[in-house]
Design a protein around this ligand. Structure first.
Ligand code: SER
Length: 320
């Protein structure tokens, strides 16, 4: 891989992944593809930025030609909460955007396409604890439906066209750089911001809600490790389970109270409770560990300390 295009570069994962890839491959070799969102100064000052939309074929092809792109990472997606409010939009962006990118990758002989998936591929009939790599995929959200179809599509392009398509099933991703948007796991980020700003938080899922989660440094490591793994060692392609930690919202509150003892939390579950309840408690990621050496670093308390420090600094500077 020489020239990588990251579609969805202004998003929660895309923004940090683009910077991490620029550190490895060089700023000029990692093109930030942004849609309408204004890219951060960090993105515009460290390498090229282009306006692209996963659905706009011509704009994508122009960028592919201009920078001789040989790998595409598709981080553009409508997440679970927004998807339930607008299922057609979720289908359009997540499916038509994906097949568009896969077709461009095929036409231009890309060396690799990275297509993220999610724990949202699982559903209420999937085993909830230590969810296996190979298991029942019957999600009940449109987001999950598109992610299952996306995994199958990625694997289809591998088999049918001999392409290198890879993907991982991200758990909830927690970070302090760019806010997530429209997901069910967003509470696990919001709780830290509210703890710093107001010392209290009203959570939209109940205290016993347990989900697999991952801190951004581990998310970047997982993504880059999978991208760099030897293709011949991969027993799976678009659907690797990756775990790091799992905890309830009450566990998060307790971890925060080690730093902010007066932190208060209350619960007003909304429609996202049912979504969270349909997802696993934890996942079995032994295939990722065996095939490409996956190993997470952060646990809940280490992440909490880091999140509160980073958000506290932003707050002290008046940035949030
Ligand atoms: N974070 C996503 C969501 O909550 C799950 O992949 O929708």
């Amino acid at each position: 891989m020489k020239n990588i295009l990251v579609v969805g570069s202004a998003g929660q994962i895309g923004s940090e992944l683009t910077l991490a890839l620029r550190d490895i491959y060089g700023g000029d070799h990692v093109i930030a593809g942004v849609r309408k969102t204004k890219p951060s100064e960090k993105l515009t000052s460290t390498g090229p930025c282009e306006v692209v939309d996963a659905l706009e074929t011509d704009a994508l092809i122009n960028v592919v030609k201009k920078y001789k792109i040989d790998a595409i990472i598709n981080m553009a997606a409508i997440l679970s909460g927004t998807g339930e409010k607008n299922p057609m939009l979720a289908w359009d962006v997540n499916m038509n955007g994906l097949i568009n990118i896969l077709e461009i990758a095929r036409e231009f002989n890309m060396k690799q396409v990275l297509v993220p998936s999610s724990i949202a591929v699982f559903g209420p009939t999937t085993p909830v604890d230590n969810t296996p790599q190979e298991t029942i995929l019957k999600p009940t959200t449109i987001y999950g439906v598109t992610k299952v179809a996306g995994e199958l599509l990625g694997d289809y392009y591998v088999k049918r066209y001999g392409m290198d398509v890879r993907g991982l099933r991200y758990p909830g991703i927690i970070s302090h750089e760019t806010l997530p948007g429209g997901g069910t796991t967003d509470y696990a980020v919001a709780i830290y911001y509210e703890a710093v700003k107001n010392k209290k938080y009203t959570c939209f899922v109940n205290e016993n809600t347990r989900l697999p989660m991952m801190y951004m440094p581990d998310c970047l490591k997982a993504t880059i490790d999978l991208m760099q793994a030897d293709f011949d060692k991969l027993n799976f392609h678009s659907d690797y389970n990756v775990g790091a930690m799992d905890f309830t919202v009450a566990d998060m509150a307790e971890s925060i109270r080690k730093h902010i003892p007066e932190f208060e939390i209350n619960y007003e579950p909304d429609f996202r409770q049912a979504i969270a309840d349909s997802w696993p408690n934890s996942v079995d990621d032994s295939a990722a560990r065996e095939d490409w050496g996956w190993k997470p670093e952060f646990d809940l308390d280490a992440m909490t300390a880091d999140m509160l420090k980073a958000i506290g600094e932003k707050h002290a500077k008046g940035l949030i």
